[in-house]
Design a protein around this ligand. Structure first.
Ligand code: GRG
Length: 301
């Protein structure tokens, strides 16, 4: 499935804002060149930019101007990129390939990869702190830190690693890990955009829009992870730009591992349908969000 031209326009906006923010850093003194090079290598590598694009679209869906959500979109992509760099490290997934190129620690070295991830994590919150007005910045910082930290991605990653050495998980445990490890950041991407959009509008349906987006976000997160589990089993490294068949090798708890491939596709379809239904109350502004969900379900990379 190819993404519509509107998606490519948004991807262009995100990528040029990422480049601009790195260029501004390059002008500042005292940032070690090697660290900047590693960050640039990872942040500007060819990613799908699903999360920052969701931030921009959610802002628009809530009546805001998407340019106002750009800092939050960048912050989300920084957190995502940090998580990929750290996830690829030898102490975690020990991977050689990411976004179609050697992983950060292969292209540079382990210490540089750790520091590049650390710098992206902290820089994301610096970017959020500059959002105006300050109470919206505080809400965004709270949302993203909950999603990325103990209660979200980091906690989910820890449970995922623990599961590998005790491989007798249930569907409930699998859902909980996926919801935190992958779903929480996708949901935060959408809720950040919604918060920023809502501050610009006095529309009476504000709360209903926020709830619809939250429902959509949860189903999208679930669909994303089931699709990711299926791609790991069914795709190839050249199509994905990252290694495949890793989950079984690492003894990971996954949808196809637990339910089988056919039942996983059924779960994926059910989440797809629920996500589409959640968008119905948004009218026209939900159309492109619907296309992103369709893409997440049908993607081949
Ligand atoms: C290291 C704290 C820490 C957390 C790691 C993100 C993560 C948690 C693990 C990555 C392992 C993995 C492959 C998870 C599946 C979901 C996922 C995040 C896939 C990659 O996201 P895409 O497909 O990547 O949006 P691009 O490269 O397109 O941005």
């Amino acid at each position: 499935m190819t993404l519509p031209p509107e998606y490519e326009v948004l991807r262009g906006e995100v990528e040029s804002a990422l480049k601009d923010s790195l260029d501004q850093h390059a002008l500042k003194q005292r940032i070690p060149q090697r660290l900047l090079d590693a960050i640039r290598y990872c942040l500007l590598a060819p990613g799908k930019r699903i999360r920052p694009i969701l931030t921009l679209l959610a802002c628009q869906a809530c009546g805001g101007h998407r340019a106002n959500a750009l800092p939050a979109a960048l912050a989300v992509e920084m957190i995502h990129t940090y998580s990929l760099i750290h996830d690829d490290l030898p102490a975690m997934d020990d991977d050689d390939l990411r976004r179609g190129q050697p992983t950060c620690h292969k292209a540079f070295d382990e210490a540089t990869a750790i520091l590049a991830g650390d710098a992206l994590l902290t820089e994301a919150f610096h970017v959020l702190s500059e959002i105006q007005p300050a109470p919206v910045a505080v809400k965004c910082i709270r949302l993203l830190s909950e999603a990325a930290g103990l209660f979200g991605m980091v906690g989910g990653q820890m449970d995922d690693l623990l599961q590998e050495v005790k491989p007798d998980g249930t569907l409930e445990q699998l859902r909980s890990i996926h919801c935190r490890k992958t779903g929480a950041l996708l949901r935060a991407a959408i809720l950040l955009g919604a918060q920023i959009g809502l501050k610009e509008t006095v529309a009476p349906e504000r709360e209903a829009r926020y709830q619809a987006l939250d429902h959509y976000a949860r189903e999208l997160g679930l669909a994303f992870q089931i699709a990711d589990d299926l791609l790991d089993v069914e795709s190839t490294a050249s199509a994905l730009g990252k290694s495949t068949q890793k989950d079984a090798r690492h003894g990971k708890l996954t949808y196809p591992g637990l339910l089988g491939v056919d039942a996983s596709y059924q779960e994926l379809s059910a989440a797809h349908l629920r996500g589409r239904e959640a968008l119905q109350t948004l009218g026209n502004v939900g159309v492109i969000l619907c296309t992103v969900l369709d893409f997440v379900v049908q993607r081949k990379s």
